[in-house]
Write a protein of this length. Structure first.
Length: 176
């Protein structure tokens, strides 16, 4: 069934609104996936905060125009599914990477983050980025380490003094 002009405009404005707020985008070719597998992919996307949409390439080009994902326009060829990370930059890449492990038909074609077009090989690098919570915990660990070391150093001064006094006492007892 052909889309009416109003439907096309609605799709373009919806995808454009999501693209304007997204951290990163992944376009993957889904040729060969069954309807059940696509439903499973959409369900996993909802759970991980990823906007997932199959859009005609001409509509996708118009939707990303004027956003930081405009660099992807030339690569919109063939049946593509667009995944936009809405919560953390690596979410869409993790979704596509994990789903492609089990379903070889899903093939990453384009990756974009921060207005730069990356190759499909950079999907792993983007997917390995820590989530916001992981990044905060790593930062807190780095900030806490000097304080822990300082506390251990301060604790070592009286400990060393006690060991020295005990050694002197033992030496006097052995001599006397």
């Amino acid at each position: 069934m052909a889309l009416r002009l109003e439907d096309k405009k609605a799709i373009v404005s919806e995808v454009a609104a999501v693209a304007a707020q997204a951290y990163s985008a992944v376009a993957a070719e889904y040729r060969g996936l069954t309807v059940g597998e696509m439903t499973e992919l959409r369900e996993k996307a909802r759970q991980s905060g990823v906007y997932l949409r199959v859009v005609k390439n001409t509509l996708a080009r118009r939707a990303v125009e004027g956003t930081e994902f405009a660099c992807m326009q030339e690569g919109f060829v063939g049946p593509l599914i667009l995944a936009f990370s809405q919560e953390d930059p690596g979410a869409a890449a993790r979704l596509v990477k994990d789903f492609a492990k089990e379903h070889k038909q899903l093939e990453c074609k384009l990756v974009s983050v921060g207005g730069k077009l990356l190759g499909p090989g950079d999907l792993d690098r983007l997917a390995s980025m820590p989530t916001r919570d992981q990044a905060i915990s790593m930062l807190m660990a780095v900030m806490k380490a000097p304080l822990d070391k300082f506390a251990r150093t301060l604790n070592e001064v009286p400990g060393k003094f006690v060991r020295t006094v005990a050694a002197v006492r033992d030496q006097k007892q052995a001599a006397g």
